[in-house]
Ligand binder design. Structure first.
Ligand SMILES: [Cu+2]
Length: 295
């Protein structure tokens, strides 16, 4: 018994030491919200972020259309998409924090300096991207075959207040700066706020005509499946920052990991044309904005 107590103490101490470099900068970087929860994932069930994906938006904001993707789009370069007219499925993703605590990432430069693996440098964008924020999948419900989207990285911000029907009192935004190399950012999603990735943003699309090296997506009924803060099984030597009740790892702390998925059933037609098919039919084709960062 005594041995177990001693071992537990050693384990806690080792964890504390492992995270010490990050905690040291916490007073200014606001990493404490994340790192403290790493150390005590179950201690504050009433004080954690809780990410959801807006299923209503996903179902209402998509379009299949033929669009000219120029070679200078970052999403084209990063996704190995052959430039030119491509058939694509664009869609909007809104991830809201309905929890009781802010999701507070702070300055990506500090995460890079701490070497915690949360961010990577995106050379085309000239700034840092959060790596494992969400997975975007297009699923054939008959075969289970999955296609991946062009999006490669994320910058978490308070872009829109959560709708009043979420029953949360309104409060001011806090996180609106992605940051750049050597220029501090402030990333996160406040409780009561949503991070919106509009369908026109870089990478908010699936390539349907095989132009990104994936198989052609034939006309038919498909499911868009979005998972925020997705579960993963840690590989050997890979960190498992948060563990859910089912034993899966997650990067970010949350009070509830069961509500991170949204799906929308969509139709892919044979001849969508430039106008497109879907709820956003006829919406303008914009010059790709890589991010909602303002930089
Ligand atoms: Cu970017």
């Amino acid at each position: 018994m005594k041995k177990i107590v001693v071992l537990s103490f050693v384990a806690v101490l080792a964890l504390a030491l492992a995270f010490f470099p990050r905690i040291k900068g916490a007073s200014t970087s606001k990493l404490a919200a994340v790192t403290n929860n790493v150390l005590a994932p179950t201690a504050k069930a009433d004080g954690l972020p809780d990410l959801i994906v807006r299923e209503d938006t996903l179902g209402q904001q998509w379009v299949v259309r033929d669009e000219d993707l120029p070679a200078n789009f970052c999403s084209v370069q990063e996704g190995n998409v052959t430039p030119g007219v491509r058939r694509i499925l664009r869609f909007t993703v809104m991830t809201g924090n309905v929890g009781t605590a802010d999701l507070n990432l702070g300055d990506p430069n500090e995460h890079i300096a701490a070497g915690d693996g949360l961010y990577e440098f995106a050379s085309c964008h000239g700034h840092y991207h959060f790596k494992n924020y969400a997975t975007y999948q297009l699923v054939d419900p008959n075969t289970g075959k999955v296609w991946r989207a062009a999006k490669r990285g994320f910058c978490m911000l308070d872009t829109d207040p959560n709708p009043a029907w979420y029953g949360m009192a309104p409060k001011n935004w806090q996180f609106r700066s992605c940051g750049r190399v050597g220029i501090p950012g402030n990333q996160g999603i406040s409780a009561g706020w949503t991070d919106t990735y509009r369908f026109t943003l870089g990478g908010q699309y699936f390539v349907l005509d095989g132009g990104d090296g994936q198989p052609v997506v034939p006309a038919g009924t498909y499911v868009i499946r979005i998972v925020a803060n997705p579960p993963f099984v840690a590989k050997k030597g890979e960190a498992c920052p948060q563990k859910d009740p089912n034993g899966f790892c997650h990067t970010l702390p949350e009070s509830n990991y069961d509500n991170n998925v949204a799906t929308a059933t969509i139709q892919i037609s044979d001849h969508p044309g430039r106008d497109g098919v879907g709820p956003l039919k006829g919406s303008a084709t914009e010059n790709e904005v890589p991010e909602h960062c303002g930089n």
